[in-house]
Design a protein around this ligand. Sequence first.
Ligand code: HEM
Length: 404
Amino acid sequence: MFDPHSFSLSNPDLVVDPYPFYEQIRECDPVHHSQMYGGSWVLFSYEDAAALLCDPRLTNDRATLPVMALPEDERAEFTDFVAFLHDWTAFFEGGHHLLRRKNMDQVFRQLTPALITEVVQDAVDRLIDGWEGRTSVDLVEEFARPLPAMVLTSLMGAPESDHEKLDHWADDIAYLFGASSLTAGDVRRGWASAEAFMAYLTDLARKMARHPESTLLGGLLTQTTSGFTFTEAEACAQCVLLMFAGLEPSRHLIGNAMLALHRFPDQRRLLAENPRLWPAAVEEFQRFDAPVQYIGRMAAESFSYRGHDIEKGQVVLPFVGSANRDPKQFPDPDVLDVRRRPKHLAMGEGVHRCIGAGLVRIQTAVALRTLLTRRPDLEVRTDPEPEWNSYVGFHGLKSLTIAA
Ligand code: HEM
């Protein structure tokens, strides 16, 4: 029997299906102190998650998170790595964050929905064309994984054929923010990949004869907003951030959504009959099975929250995966309803809300709509049960067989 007071992300049942656990914790201990990251506060209700994501007493400066649980004497080795992570816009706060974020938002605005749709549609069609003559396909490895990497690599301004290399580097870095316990070896691997990624991007930046503004790297190198321009090193570091932040959750969203449609075939029929529901459906997929289950914050000051003393420097983790299933916010939360139009927290809330939300909306809708239109008889195989990632921070499937 699960004891909510010993909440642990290393519990293998939690990785497969965290929702029954969340339900119990929401009822008996919604603001809970856990041993994650060497001691942290975990919050499970929608109200708490939404409030704390916007609480100015918490900071998003989590550049030290990968090394926090390492012994003191091992941390010194990673000083340069932590300094590199400190360049990421996501880890700035207040006016410094706003300035960088406005600049990046402007760069993203130059990627029009028409351009994104064209890049995504082209990649989706080529991936599906490649299955000609096949009777079964691993949707995760052969579609959900390569697609976001192909799209983001192209949008960045790099040759699409490099997408596997970039995806691999981004994975090593993402692991440092998704795994619940880390060794010095994990951090060493992440740092080596970040260095290789930076060398690659610096080379690419210098090769761009003119920096084309319709690419992310080109935009980041040239965009000036409110007098602020990224240096070359900072622009490259933001590209690493985009890849790290964007690839893994995008891939999981596609896999999780396909599995959800398999479990709710009436919703798949509804989408086939009403393709206009796709944009709303993508929001519901995010609510129903969030690829990012919790968001990290750190207490910038000590304060009391609902009778609990949160100390300065402690990690605070609003579990948006649980918030999105809170029945106080969403009636029948365990039911997938593509007409729901939920105000979910899967992409965060407040000033740090996901910068790639627009891209994700187009990418997921185009990918799944095309797949189900071109392969209307496609069946998801759940015998044996699909395998999940071994850490709940990024919640997604390792593989999902489809008969196409
Ligand atoms: C299904 C896919 C995705 C999910 C579920 C997701 C989710 C999130 C979440 C939960 C946050 C944290 C918000 C916070 O701290 O309050 C975030 C931030 C961020 N995301 Fe995404 N994301 C996705 C795709 C992407 C993509 C495709 C990109 C880039 C192209 C991206 C770039 C970022 C960046 C840069 C931030 C930091 C923003 C800031 O702190 O100002 N994400 N995302």
